[in-house]
Design a protein around this ligand. Structure first.
Ligand code: SAM
Ligand code: SF4
Length: 358
């Protein structure tokens, strides 16, 4: 991976331009020009965790906590479907208690039932609700969730420990990602870029992790401090630039894993007004327009100055950047689809061998 190391450590703007051009070519060749939408519903900002970087952390008393009702979520889902969204992302703080998981299982299965009644494929559902038990991940999968985003945040044990309380471990997160894959989800992970103490070598190890875990989706973005968090109150330097290195790692990910799905994150769009255009050029092919009702948005602030763009604005920017909206399609990860096909082929081959042996 020495060429990657060189790119991560090189400050020459031409290197960056060449890298992004290459990533754009790879993305167009393997994933085309479509940008798939995941309508994002941030259904509760309650969180039982205390990550040192996030505005939703349990000990942040400066936000109003909210919880959308099942009816509110389902109504939003149906409206989104009518607008041409074929996938939703349900995201929240981490609440692994029985009541919350039961609620989510019910919401997911109702959305699936209501949107498949006319025998269409219905709304695809991505979940992003943190670390749960194997059994709960399985219940949500059986209810109809089929993609799951759980960022590893960083793969460096020391760096991970410096941004989380001791009760949250890197080992547990890896175990969750393996469980999700074992159950059959399309699995997405990702990192924050620009963390205090983060170096290009950490990013290199993160890229290696994405490849080794053979993930289907990536959602990464810059770390942006939040003033009501321990890390935001005591900012300290990073050896990596949140903007430049997010784009570099995205572009390298696209080149190393041409057939995955990759999100242009809201954080990248919040960092600079042209973040979406650059994210798409660096290889992203998924956007998550925020559908959370306006009255709750102020309270789902993970970091300072989180920006919201309307659907027409996103559409305009996507088209201006030379891409097109992938409406009425799930737009699944091609990598995942290939793996599914391979496992079907293996099953057929196994049956044939067994028959021949008889
Ligand atoms: N609670 C779930 C979890 O942690 O996986 C899902 C929601 S959580 C808000 C989604 C992601 O937000 C986290 O994985 C983290 O990378 C990102 N995030 C939180 N605080 C952030 C910050 N200050 N800057 C950038 N991203 C942040
Ligand atoms: Fe909670 Fe997720 Fe924020 Fe951590 S990153 S405090 S788990 S919402």
């Amino acid at each position: 991976m020495s060429w990657i190391e060189n790119i991560l450590k090189d400050n020459n703007p031409e290197t960056m331009e060449e890298l992004i051009t290459r990533a754009d070519q790879v993305r167009r060749k393997f994933r085309g020009e479509a940008v798939y939408l995941r309508g994002l519903i941030e259904f509760t900002n309650y969180c039982q965790r205390n990550c040192y970087y996030c505005g939703l952390r349990r000990d942040n008393n400066a936000i109003n906590r909210y919880r959308l009702s099942a009816k509110e979520i389902i109504d939003l889902a149906l409206q989104a479907n009518q607008m041409g969204f074929q996938s939703l992302a349900l995201q929240s703080g981490e609440n692994p208690d029985r009541k919350t998981v039961d609620f989510l299982v019910r919401v997911v299965s109702e959305i699936r039932e209501l949107t498949t009644r006319d025998s269409s494929i219905g709304l695809g559902i991505t979940l992003s609700v943190g670390e749960l038990s194997y059994a709960d991940y399985k219940r949500l999968y059986e209810a109809g969730g089929h993609r799951y985003l759980l960022r590893i945040e960083t793969t460096d044990p020391q760096l991970f420990a410096s941004i989380h309380p001791p009760s949250q471990t890197l080992e547990k997160r890896i175990e969750c990602l393996k469980a999700l894959k074992d159950i059959g989800y399309q699995v997405g992970t990702g990192i924050m870029v620009g963390l205090p103490g983060q170096t290009p070598d950490h990013l290199l190890a993160d890229l290696q992790f994405f490849v080794d875990m053979d993930v289907d989706m990536i959602g990464m973005g810059p770390y942006i401090p939040h003033p009501q968090t321990p890390m935001g109150r005591e900012p300290s330097a990073s050896q990596v630039d949140p903007w430049v290195h997010t784009l570099k790692v995205m572009a390298l990910t696209r080149i190393l894993m041409p057939d995955i799905n990759m999100v242009a994150s809201t954080a990248l769009q919040s960092l600079r007004p042209d973040g979406l255009k650059w994210g798409l050029r660096a290889g992203a092919n998924v956007v998550m327009p925020i559908l959370t009702p306006i009255k709750y948005r102020e309270d789902y602030r993970l970091y300072a100055d989180k920006k919201y763009k309307s659907f027409p604005q996103l559409k305009e920017e996507i088209e201006e950047a030379g891409f097109r909206l992938g409406l009425w399609q799930w737009g699944d990860s091609l990598r995942w689809a290939k793996r599914q096909q391979q496992s079907e082929d293996n099953k057929v081959a196994g049956h044939l061998q067994a028959e021949e042996a008889m």
